[in-house]
Design a binder for this molecule. Structure first.
Ligand code: AMP
Length: 409
């Protein structure tokens, strides 16, 4: 296993070259994902990989962009925590790009609170400020920060850049961020933040390149993956989004329930004796497509299932997207385009067709052949609302942000 000292040696030299590769790290509770981008063409990924199964059966797999596996390894469960896994990732990265140094590391950090509206180079003060946000995102933030701290200790000469999932949503008007609670709670940070921001920022950028006129208009981006949300954008800036204080709000997701009457939580705790942890487990891990279907959290699994409850879970997923799309269209004052992205949005023409049918009243008219092909514009010529499929790439967005911040150092 890599100790901080062996990692320090592996990622030498002590002075970082601005021409080095850019690494991207996305650390969670049970996995550390990473990618290494070219020094010159920063958008070309050289390798991507992950250590999964941290806490159970940690295993590393690294691939080239063409899918060829270049490295695989496994450990005993107790051998790796998130910090140790991050150091393994760093050492693996240094081995892979031997000869060309790492210029800097971009991290996905889920919560930037109200202060961080843009990527920032991490120092002790930034880490301290981000630690204060842990109570707002206890399932993600501690692991994002553990990775940053592990690298800062082992390789203090490598600049690190934090990129926030909340940052893109800081442009929401004040009203869109307020809950109907006493004001003091908003002042203490209980407000609607929104997540998936790196994905939406990437989509906004791609849309500006491929359909500039539409990008200047009123667009809903639908990030439909295991986690799912919608974002209303006007001129490429967020004006409203379905996720709120946490990433459990809004749409039905793989295992998350989405919007839930708070009275249900009170009932479960009062009448059914559920603890706070029980409710957390219920709404984050046992609900959504999994909970409603009793079959699977995975859209492919549900589509393949003959169970009526699987069909009903899909129907509820679509219904919730359609209702929230109506709500965001109201926030936008009309709609010019809808963009599908992420696992379901990019790969499931049937779900796209069902959502488009539910949103027909808004002016969405799909072209069947284009929808079956599933890339670029999938609406009919002349459709009042354009419909697009654009693959998201949060890693590339983080690499781009990291490169931009590194260029200023
Ligand atoms: P993500 O979290 O973006 O990786 O998305 C994961 C979700 O995308 C899962 O529900 C998958 O079942 C779904 N997905 C991926 N490929 C397909 C596909 N070809 N058809 C339907 N759903 C898919």
């Amino acid at each position: 296993m890599s100790s901080p000292e062996t990692v320090t040696q592996a990622v030498a030299p002590a002075k970082v070259s601005p021409d080095g590769c850019v690494a991207v790290v996305n650390a969670g509770s049970s996995s550390v994902k990473f990618a290494i981008y070219e020094p010159d063409a920063r958008q070309d990924v050289r390798y991507h990989g992950k250590i999964e199964g941290i806490g159970t059966a940690p295993r590393l797999k690294v691939e080239r962009p063409d899918g060829e596996t270049v490295s695989e390894r496994s450990w005993r469960a107790e051998a790796l925590d998130v910090q140790a896994a991050t150091l393994e990732v760093l050492r693996t990265a240094a081995d892979l790009i031997r000869g060309s140094p790492i210029a800097g590391i971009g991290h996905r950090v889920v919560h930037g609170g109200t202060d961080f509206a843009a990527p920032i180079r991490v120092d002790d003060a930034v880490v301290a400020a981000l630690k204060r946000l842990i109570p707002l995102a206890p399932l993600h933030q501690p692991f994002n920060l553990a990775a940053i701290e592990a690298i800062a200790q082992a390789a203090p000469h490598i600049p690190q850049v934090a990129c926030f999932d909340t940052a893109f949503h800081r442009s929401q008007p004040a009203l869109a961020q307020l809950f109907g609670l006493p004001r003091k709670f908003a002042e203490e940070g209980v407000r609607r933040y929104g997540f998936h921001g790196l994905s939406y920022e990437y989509i906004a950028g791609r849309l500006a390149e491929t359909a500039p006129e539409l990008a200047r208009g009123r667009v809903i981006a639908a990030h439909l993956g295991n986690g799912a949300s919608l974002c209303a954008m006007k001129g490429g800036r967020c004006v409203a989004t379905t996720m709120g204080f946490t990433a459990v709000d809004g749409l039905l997701m793989g295992t998350r329930c989405g919007t839930l009457d708070p009275g249900v939580v009170l009932y479960l705790m009062d009448e059914k004796g559920l603890s706070v942890r029980d409710v957390e487990d219920l709404v984050y891990r046992r609900s959504g497509l999994l909970g409603v279907s009793g079959v699977s959290s995975d859209m492919r699994g549900l589509r393949a299932s003959p169970e009526p409850a699987a069909a009903e879970a899909i129907a509820l997923f679509v219904y919730r997207v359609v209702r929230e799309a109506g709500s965001l269209a109201a926030a936008l004052g009309g709609l010019d385009g809808l963009v599908f992205t992420a696992g379901i949005g990019e790969n499931d023409p049937q779900t796209r067709a069902e959502i488009a049918a539910g949103c027909a009243w808004l002016g969405l008219e799909l072209d069947e052949t284009r929808n079956a092909r599933g890339s670029g514009r999938v609406s009919r010529d002349g459709s009042p609302v354009e419909v697009w499929v654009i693959p998201t790439n949060e890693e590339a967005m983080i690499a781009r942000h990291a490169a931009a911040v590194l260029a200023t150092i």
